[in-house]
Design a protein around this ligand. Sequence first.
Ligand code: FMN
Length: 201
Amino acid sequence: MTHAHVVYAHPSERSFTHEVLDAFLRGLGDAGHTHTVSDLYAMGFRPELTREEYERESGHRPDTGVPADVAAEHARLDAADAWAFIYPVWWADCPALLKGWFDRVWTVGYAYKPARLPVVRKAFALCTAGYSIAELESSGCYQAMKTAMLTDRIGERAKSSEFVVFGGSVMRNDAGDDHPRRWADLRAEHLARAAELARSI
Ligand SMILES: Cc1cc2nc3c(=O)[nH]c(=O)nc-3n(C[C@H](O)[C@H](O)[C@H](O)COP(=O)(O)O)c2cc1C
């Protein structure tokens, strides 16, 4: 059994990203895994560094305390054997709220210099995107997003990590009947994959 912590960033429950979250949590449950979720919008998570937080980070002062909401995130991460970040691609990256979560939660003395967070077995970055993977690869965005999430933000903090894009949601609006793929089929494939990834965690 694995205990997973999911960091989720989307403002609407009526979104494809929320369906991916639901499928992922269902997959965890099916396999007998347990989970916690930080639903950043629902929590009203504050994404901006205060001046004090900035000075702690830039001054490398791991001996000073962190805000209570950041300490609560550390506790959830400490209790987990695996992490999943679930979010939509917005302007070739994660939503600002999730970027701010990394700015504030990946603190010095916890995530780096020195890292004291436990190295997890598995980390997933699962994102929904309007473009297909082929389109994101040809623009270079796929590689850039994967590097930022897996190499930099997750890095050595997980023994293995995977970047998964559930792309092509632009078809919901743009694709006519003559489109070679139907969004309903692609959506079902994506949700089945999200559940399977969760079971395999
Ligand atoms: C503000 C904004 C920016 C977006 N930027 C991108 C982008 O850079 N690349 C992309 O593939 N899709 C982009 N999209 C499309 C979303 O990734 C797409 O809607 C995604 O599948 C989320 O669907 P959902 O909102 O129903 O969960 C953007 C959407 C919004 C609202």
